[in-house]
Design a protein around this ligand. Sequence first.
Ligand SMILES: CNc1ncnc2c1ncn2[C@@H]1O[C@H](COP(=O)(O)O)[C@@H](O)[C@H]1O
Ligand SMILES: [Zn+2]
Length: 348
Amino acid sequence: MDNEADVFYRELPKVELHAHLNGSVSCHTIEKLISRKPHLNIEHGMTAIGKGQRRTLEECFQVFKVIHQLVDSEEDILMVATDVIREFAADGVKYLELRSTPREEKNTGLTKKRYVETVIKAIKQCKSEGVDIEVRFLVAIDRRNGTEVAMETVKLAEEFMLSTDGLVVGLDLSGDPTVGHGKDLLPALQRAKNCGLKLSLHLSEVPSQLEESDLLLNLPPDRIGHGTFLHPEVGGSQSLVDKVVMNNIPLELCLTSNVKGQTVPCYSKHHFKYWYQKGHPSIICTDDKGVFSTDLSQEYQLAASTFGLSREDVWKLSLQAIDCIFAPDTVKQQLKLKWAAIKPQVFK
Ligand SMILES: CNc1ncnc2c1ncn2[C@@H]1O[C@H](COP(=O)(O)O)[C@@H](O)[C@H]1O
Ligand SMILES: [Zn+2]
């Protein structure tokens, strides 16, 4: 990690709603994976982007490929998922929605079904160990894989939603935003919505996707990942903004990810400012805490220092995120009670 956030931000109870499992693997866990697979000749510098470093989005996607080579068996996924959950908990995250793309690996016999089962096993294991965090899972569709795989993924997610007692709550659409077109994925996304899966879609992460964003917003999704180029000042449009506002669709905003991946030129120009000033639900998230060498406390601190937020503002920001989770109202109520119990300690 580049830095450590101040105590206030670490102790602040937080909600993490946008975290890709394999992008969230810490240095510590990468070391364990490298020692399991020395023959791959993978070094640390290949799996994380350090302080002050920038990469193109394309280069970021190369990094995921390297991590996927390191995480290719049930055993790896179990270790990675339990480590990631424990790390979020240690950073003061009380509710986490983890997302990941089910992968099949011929070499190790891993199937997509076993992949999801293993993530669920990790969530249950952490719960039984008493780790202080509620975790839910979003099954991810990689947009590069097209219509058929998207539909298969929805069916898989549907099965697990029904069999896991509410641990699988929704679907994510992610992957290289420059590849494929959202219109090919609409039938799968519509089906997901109809069967009760919540939708969090990466939208307008890169410029010039007005048509695709418009199509996807008509679903409408339950949350938006990034939405970097939605508003008119950056080449989006007022009608896209109006759709987001009218449907009150929360945005998952990831400052370090966007700056290090160079879709946003610097922190002060991040679109958090645009949406936050509007009073629109804006949730601070990490995206890939391992790859971008950050954690959620640092992201809150960055938002506060860049946009001049008071501690009270920061508190409201983290509290407001509870209303945007995909788990049911009973969980929201429990979390709000937890926040109320912690508040006096944080503001002492
Ligand atoms: C940086 N911005 C981003 N934009 C779009 N998709 C992203 C992403 N960051 C991560 N992913 C998606 O998450 C996968 C890695 O985690 P999982 O193997 O699924 O756990 C990547 O391969 C990509 O599909
Ligand atoms: Zn993402």
